[in-house]
Design a protein around this ligand. Structure first.
Ligand SMILES: NC(=O)C1=CN([C@@H]2O[C@H](COP(=O)(O)OP(=O)(O)OC[C@H]3O[C@@H](n4cnc5c(N)ncnc54)[C@H](O)[C@@H]3O)[C@@H](O)[C@H]2O)C=CC1
Ligand SMILES: O=C([O-])CC(=O)C(=O)O
Length: 346
């Protein structure tokens, strides 16, 4: 996606007419790829199922949830695109849903209500993620896992521990989806810098909660002098609070679903392109990392046929960003350790 935006094109995903896709494969000649969505009947799951059905790189789409998937699958399956859609409901069908998957996307779990932090979701979502990852280790240990369920700063370390215990862990194949932070940073920056949003790129690093979300506006392109120091601080805060902005606007009816489905579809599309060996696919993601002293960190990642091909460094940071980086480390470290501890003890 980023490579598309750098060339000034419109987002390539999920529009089937993407010039990138046209250049590389027709829908018919693209390799067979199975994508599973776990939590497919939820607020994110349903529009994400729709967007994945529109993606010509997907040949099979498995929609799994504890309830409601027959209806979602029947509905989405009538769309006249390549992917063959099947719905799977309840735990006894989880294995079938996962078997043969190349990419597993996990938006299963409870969302926030006003006044809650993402960490307040830990008690419920940690167990859900643990049991789903146990099944992934059994039924599709080689799949790329796109973790959406919050708190991402903890659920990704939980997944890593589950896979380690099962002996299937491959750090190249586990991703925390932080694309929505990038989507927001791009939108908010374009509005303030008065540049065409389709041309904007902004890396967002760190984690996916509050101050752990660190947009690097000093590296934003196209560059602008339209932003004062205070303007950048305000943009940073809005990006960090983007999720809360939606939670409050929805007033008890959940958190971001439509923009998250869009972001999740962009990230899954990037994973599929990487698997299909399309060059120069770079997205920000929360992955195992050695670019800071923390074991997991979000930064730009180059995607390839095995998942992560390269974790890219942070580049040059402004003083404000350097300060933000130091400030986020204690919280991010604690969230990572909380996830690891949970997985080890449960
Ligand atoms: N990474 C990110 O940027 C974002 C993450 N999220 C997170 O995504 C998660 C889902 O959010 P929504 O879709 O709005 O929630 P939702 O409540 O609308 O949907 C969640 C779905 O998960 C299903 N589910 C629960 N337990 C399950 C299990 N064991 N196996 C399979 N499915 C199960 C539910 O039946 C439901 O259909 C939340 O944790 C939320 O915080 C939300 C927005 C952005
Ligand atoms: O804020 C939330 O709870 C959901 C989320 O992660 C986001 O929208 O970034």
């Amino acid at each position: 996606m980023e490579s598309v935006l750098r060339r000034g094109g419109a987002p390539s995903c999920p529009a089937p007419s993407s010039h990138i896709l046209r250049r590389s494969f027709s829908a018919e000649s693209a390799p067979e790829r199975k994508v599973a969505v776990l939590g497919a009947a939820g607020g994110i799951g349903q529009p994400l199922a729709l967007l994945m059905k529109l993606n010509p790189l997907v040949s099979r789409l498995a929609l799994y949830d504890i309830a409601g998937t027959p209806g979602v699958a029947a509905d989405v399956s009538h769309i006249n695109t390549r992917a063959e859609v099947k719905g799977y409901m309840a735990e006894e069908q989880l294995g079938q849903a996962l078997e043969g998957s190349d990419v597993v996307i996990i938006p299963a779990g409870v969302p926030r209500k006003p006044g809650m932090t993402r960490d307040d979701l830990f008690n419920i979502n940690a167990g859900i993620v643990k049991s789903l990852c146990t099944a992934i280790a059994k039924y599709c240990p080689n799949a790329l896992v796109n973790m959406i369920s919050n708190p991402v700063n903890s659920t990704v370390p939980i997944a890593a521990e589950v896979f380690k215990k099962a002996g299937t862990y491959d750090e190249k194949k586990l991703f925390g989806v932080t694309t929505l932070d990038v989507v927001r940073a791009k939108t908010f920056y374009a509005g303030k810098a008065n540049v065409p949003v389709a041309e904007v790129d902004v890396p967002v690093v760190g984690g996916h909660a509050g101050i752990t979300i660190l947009p690097l506006f000093s590296q934003a392109t196209p560059a602008t002098n339209a932003l004062s120091e205070d303007g950048i601080k305000a943009l940073t805060k809005r990006t960090q609070d983007g999720g809360t902005e939606v939670v409050e606007a929805k007033a008890g009816k959940g958190s971001a679903t439509l923009s998250m489905a869009y972001a999740g579809a962009i990230f899954a599309d990037a994973c599929l392109k990487g698997l299909n060996e399309i060059p120069d696919i770079v997205e920000c993601s929360f992955v195992q990392s050695s670019i800071t002293e923390l074991p997991f960190f979000a930064s730009k990642v180059r995607l390839g046929k095995n998942g992560v091909e390269e974790v890219l460094g942070l580049g040059t940071l402004s003083d404000y960003e350097k300060e933000g980086l130091e400030n986020l480390k204690p919280e991010l470290k604690a969230s990572i350790e909380k996830g690891i501890k949970f997985a080890k003890e449960n």
